[in-house]
Design a protein around this ligand. Sequence first.
Ligand SMILES: [Zn+2]
Length: 286
Amino acid sequence: MSDDDVLTIHGPRDAPTALVLDSPHSGRRMPADFGAACSEAELRDGEDCFIDELYAEAAASGVPLLAAQFPRTYIDPNRHAADIDPELLAEPWPEPLVPSGKAVLGKALVWRTLDDGRPIYARRLGVAEVRRRIERCHRPYHQALVALLDAAHARHGVVWHLNCHSMNPVAGVMGEGGAGATRADIVLGDRDGTTCSPAFTAFVREVLEGWGLQVKVNDPYKGVELVRAYSDPAAGRHSLQLEINKRLYMDAAGLQRHAGFALLRERLGLLVQRVAARFTPGPRHG
Ligand SMILES: [Zn+2]
């Protein structure tokens, strides 16, 4: 395992399998320069709690897992670096923006509001401050993910990337689908079939449904920047987003694991083993 303030890589960097995992939203080391007007508990609103721990067995079995250590509300690695919300800034952003549409929900690169719509800051942020967050957190995260994906692709001629998240059981005011929308057990996102082979989505769905879990695909989460940016199915680069409903493993209000945690961790370990066995090519000869 390698570890610093910004990110941790569990498991091997040079993957024996063609599978790579990443958890961009489970970080909870609050940076000293956050300057938010909310409590630490409120800032964990956007956190995919314990997702890195849930996949730890998978990493121990030989699949690399990149995990962000900084909170998602500080800067979101699952956004383009130019997906800046102009309403958050005290001054204009000096370069062209690449909006994802998430700014309307207060959830662009740097979040403006919590899921319930309350503002995160009692101030506007400067361009230099946002740039520092990009350089310190966003860029190293993307560089580390690309290095893992490239290493697996170089070794196996193909890479299968599972982008690992969790979601609140019920949408808040600023949630996808509107306040009160309830979520399935699992939502897989392949941006309407554009980020991976349909066989990848179908296999993961089949394994999860085999355990009696309710799985939806691209509804309401289609996947965002991390499955978009580095996927290229025609070139053997496949990315799939996997959202797990927090009700399967934790009491979302109290931010505590519940009795379902151990079973889910075991199943995710099995899922990863099965995906790795199914999609890692055999040894190449000659
Ligand atoms: Zn997430």
